[in-house]
Design a protein around this ligand. Sequence first.
Ligand code: OAD
Length: 260
Amino acid sequence: MSTMSPLLIPAALVTRLRVARRLVVLTGAGISAESGVPTFREAQTGLWARYNPEELATPEAFRGNPQRVWEWYAWRQERVRQAEPNAGHYALVEMERRVAEFVLITQNVDGLHRRAGSHQMVELHGNLFRVKCFDEDRPVENWPESADIPPRCPHCGGLLRPDVVWFGERLPVSALQAAEQAAATAEIFFSIGTSALVYPAADLPFTALAAGATVVEINPQPTPLSPHVTFSLNGPAGAILPGLVEQVWGSASGVGGSGP
Ligand code: OAD
């Protein structure tokens, strides 16, 4: 028997999920909240409530004070290293196993989906643990030991920066194209743990809706997307997703194989 309390997943959604062949999921910082990774826009706890993005997450900020920017990202890396994927991340791994076609689009840079075991992934905003050259934009994996902060590019001697998308920058073209294509061909599209405020990611659920997809939102708070979705599941992803997976496909990963 499962120890999870039954969650109210609408029967119509359960039915649609059982026959769906192509699921697409968009996640935001909220899916990692239960891992202890701070979100951005929540009052009090969000990073942008405590730090000014203009001083930390723009090319101008990096030009003005590269050391401060590098060190802030090193701090965020450290927080994420200490965190573990939560039940929401693992439920999405299970979903990927259960459906024929599955794409996970994430705005998160924390790498927790991959650590949980998701495979078919599009990282829209880069990754906290990758580094690239600020001048040449090319990925860099190794650089010479030195005391420089930030370290220097081994090819051109320019400054290295985290390979994340900053305000005012374009998203990686191939990732954005893959995400748009996935959204346009989804049968069921989930928007999970995102404030649905940052574009172009915030367009993706609307692309799916326009193409006739069922759109499901999972978030404890309403967002600008909420009035438009087919199903709204109000609550934390780490509680709702495992319950949903169990109700639709039988027991969720790690719960024991008793089946439906
Ligand atoms: P936000 O901080 O804007 O939104 C987080 C959302 O997660 C909010 O709507 C919360 O209500 C919701 N939430 C909180 N706890 C949750 C939980 N346990 N389960 C489900 N939802 C929960 O974060 P994003 O939407 O990801 O960009 O922000 C988008 C982008 O803005 C980020 O990728 C980042 C930021 O600036 C870059 O770094 C480029």
